[in-house]
Design a protein around this ligand. Structure first.
Ligand code: ADP
Length: 275
């Protein structure tokens, strides 16, 4: 497990320090309002965050101090539209991990017209898995970057096959926890066909369950080319085909979570599983 240093208020404001709303935030004592304090006390309780105070001079005592927290290297798995992307927003906010979404990386590669993107596009549009060698090379490179080492990582959508899990073992990369989101198939299909995303912020919406704010945001939202019922059923087939291999690879680290409930409740279960 990696550790990381973050900055929070000093001894003088130690009580306020307990109200830092998200692990890894920089916050001055002046900003530690009562509202945030109450909110954070429960969030921190849930996350069991470990805090180490470092003494400073009287003057800097009102400025900053280091909080060392445990960052958990995490894999989040689940069928298409099981809520991985949505929950990753909360995990990043709370734990400050580096988010690596293979779907996002591939879509960016397609957009940029790279060799990997060209190789991946037809598979993605057909709802098939991109060949292991293409995606493994991308993930290996990304995990080698500095932010993954310093902040810890959150792998979203990888590994999806036994070969991808083996590739992580080969490079000595092991998660601390593997979250598996379970949602019934028919609900997944409904989520996929109604899913929309904001290309500017990356935020994910749903036409019925979570509509984008009317006006500018709703107008610019787009639907992914592979978010059709047909492509989704194909992706589901690949998902179930590979699920056993993933369960075997991570039998001692996997936490199954009911993803078919309010997203805030799912987030709470995730936070508990990550401490
Ligand atoms: P979803 O989880 O809804 O399938 P993603 O955005 O995670 O959506 O992935 C979109 C597509 O990108 C997948 O259908 C697949 O073609 C490709 N892809 C993403 N991650 C992987 C992976 N680990 N292995 C193979 N293909 C992948």
């Amino acid at each position: 497990m990696s550790t990381r240093a973050t900055i929070a208020p000093t001894r003088a404001t130690m009580r306020s320090t307990r109200s830092v709303p998200a692990v890894g935030r920089v916050q001055s004592s002046a900003k530690a309002s009562m509202g945030a304090k109450v909110q954070m006390m429960s969030a921190r309780k849930a996350m069991g965050e470990r805090v180490q105070m470092k003494a400073r001079s009287q003057q800097t005592a009102r400025a900053t101090r280091f909080v060392v927290t445990a960052a958990k290297n995490t894999i989040i798995a689940g069928a298409p539209a099981s809520g991985k992307g949505t929950q990753c927003e909360g995990i990043v906010e709370n734990f400050g991990l580096t988010h690596i979404s293979t779907g996002d990386m591939l879509r960016a590669a397609v957009k940029a017209g790279t060799d990997a993107g060209k190789a991946a596009k037809e598979f993605m549009d057909a709802g098939k898995l991109v060949p292991d060698e293409v995606i493994i090379a991308m993930v290996k490179d990304r995990l080698g970057e500095e932010d993954c080492k310093t902040k810890g990582w959150l792998l979203d959508g990888f590994p999806r096959t036994g070969a991808q899990a083996d590739a992580l073992v080969e490079i000595g990369v092991s998660p601390d926890v593997v979250l598996l989101l379970n949602v019934p198939d028919e609900e997944l299909i409904k989520r996929v066909v109604g899913r929309r995303s904001d290309p500017e912020t990356g935020k994910i919406y749903h036409v019925d369950y979570f509509p984008a704010p009317a006006g500018e945001v709703a107008d610019r939202c787009i639907q992914r080319s592979d978010d059709t019922e047909e492509a989704c059923r194909s992706r589901l087939g690949y998902y179930y085909e590979n699920l056993e291999a993933l369960k075997n690879a991570y039998s001692d680290k996997m936490v199954s979570i009911d993803g078919n409930q309010d997203k805030a409740l799912v987030g709470e279960l995730i936070a508990k599983a990550m401490v």
